[in-house]
Every structure is written in structure tokens, then in C-alpha cells.
Design a protein around this ligand. Sequence first.
Ligand code: TYM
Length: 329
Amino acid sequence: MLNNQKIVFSGIQPSGNLHIGNYIGAISQWIEMQKKYNCIFCIVDYHAITVKQDPAILSKKIIEIAKIYIASGIDTQKSFIFKQSDISEHAELAWILNCASARINDLNKMTQFKDKAGQNNVSVGLYDYPVLMAADILLHETDFVPVGDDQVQHVELCRVLAKRFNNQFGQTFKIPELIIKKYGARIMGLDNPNIKMSKSAISPANYIAMTDKPEMAVKKIMRAVTDSGNEIKFDKINKPAISNLLVIYSLLSNQSIEHLEKIYINKNYSDFKKDLANVVSEFLKQFQKKYNNISDKEVENILEKSAKALKPKTDVVLKKVKEKIGVSL
Ligand code: TYM
């Protein structure tokens, strides 16, 4: 049950392969926050269908993401894990926000849409995706939204939409705050440190998936692109590849970047990568031991129970919104 602590809401799309970038940028923050707050973690399946999905794979991915949340350390006794499509108020509120607050000019500014759409004739849903994300956040009266760097613009838009609605219809929505990590908010690709690590990357050499075999992860680290020179130093401009590997090393081993720089002062890239490969492989082994012990049935029960527990509150919030816009008689 929700108590009177502040509310944290975040989500991940069940598409592609969830990777250590998602873990470091988003999930690791969630694990810390659940100690202090009411936490609601969503599997955003309606966001996933903004691009083409194979239905059989999508339903497997939903289960997989829930298992990843749990095996990463989300405590289902305390926090909620639910599937977006199980609470239809998300889609309903998105429609109301589309009409009452969101403007074409807002959506035209979204850089992620421009990157994803390119010149293709993409779905209307992909364009409208940030409004559904705003609905997710506002429906649960969220205080804090912990995300990676690529979602900052979307959370800012959510705040704009909420304030615009409140201005027109009177105080309705709580204005959420963005929570982002100082390091690790944008983990870059192992094959190219100038593009982010991405679930939808064409080459698997770009990312380390949470479900990659540890031996495979070792190979990917050893083959990761490095910079010229041989110094192991955090310098995002001149050493983007080593800086990215240092951030991964630091956050997965709980050692500061400064400490790592000192350890590797007289060592070369190969020594550094071997140790990092070991850290990543150990991290995956621990994680996968838990992951492999979670059954599909267990996950289905958790998703169902969470949606049931959250629904009464989302009903109340949507009812209030409907009254404000004049469709509730
Ligand atoms: P998604 O599924 O693309 O990504 C999930 C989370 O992982 C973060 N992330 C990264 N962090 C560090 N380095 C990276 N390379 C990296 N790649 C991804 C993302 O910033 C995100 O936090 N629209 C969202 C899901 C969403 C949501 C919401 C989030 C839907 N509704 C409401 C918060 C609140 C998305 O597509 O994330």
C-alpha cells in the first residue's frame, strides 16, 4: 500500500535488450530510492508499440523486464511493478492531455522523436509518445522521476503540460521533479563512444545486455573501442571511450573514478580492460543467479497484484481530471 512518503515513478520499454546502461542510468537509482519513498515501476508496453513489435516476442519481453527489475533489487514487498496497459487510465489521461495541454509546437521540439523518426513514415504514437509518458507520471501523483539523460526533455515537457493544465483548469496535477545521476546518466556504446548504449542498437557490440552470458560480456569489453594514447584518465572530451569504461567500472564496483585513476596510473589499457571485464562478469553472474530463479508465474502474480492495488488511486486522479474538463456529470 502507498504510505505518506513521496512518490517515485519510472519505467522502461519492453523492447530490445535491456542493458547495463539502463541499469546504471535508471534501475540503480530506483534501488536506492525505494529505501526512502513509495516507488512505482512500470513496464511501458504501450510505449513499446509506438514502433513495430512481434506480439509473441513482446509478451515474453514484458515478463523479462519484470524479472530484471526484481533480480536487480526491486523489493516487491515494498515497491510496485506493473504493466502500463493493465491500467487503462494511462491511455485515457494521455488523450485528455493531448487535447487540453499538449501542443504541436511542444512535440516538434522533441529531439528523441527526430532521431528515431528520421525521414520514415512513422506511427502517430511515436510522435505522441512524450504525452503518454507525461500521463504515466501525472496519473500517479509523482514527486520524483529517476531517469537517464535521454529522458530529460520528456520529463521537462511533462512539467510544462501539468502547469499548463493547472493554469487553465485550476490546481489538479502535482509538478514532478527530475532525478538524474551525476555520472552514468548516459552510458555510451562500447563500439562507439560518441553514440549512447542503446536497446535498439543494430550491433550487439554496442551494449552489454543484462542477460548476456558473462563470457560474452568479457569478449565485448576486451573488444571495446579505446582512445589514442595509453593513459587511464577521465576526460570526456579527449578520452571519451576510456571515460565511459571508467564510469561503468566505477558504478558497478562502487569505487570512485579518482580511486580507479590512481590504481591504473602505471598500467595499460589491456590491464584495465581485463579487470573491468572481471567486474562486469561478476556483476552479471550475481544478477543472473537471481534472474534465473524467478518464475513467469511469480511475475504474472506480481503484475496483477500491483495493478489492482494502484487502480483505485488512478481512478480518483482521472475522475478529478474529468470533472475539471467538464465531462463528468
Ligand atoms: P527507455 O526504455 O528507453 O529507457 C529506460 C531507462 O534507461 C535510461 N537509459 C540510459 N541510461 C544511461 N545510459 C544509457 N545509454 C541509457 N539508455 C537508456 C533511460 O533514460 C530510461 O530512464 N520513455 C521512457 C520510458 C517511460 C518512462 C515513463 C520513464 C515511459 N513512461 C514515465 C519515466 C517515467 C523510455 O523509453 O525509456
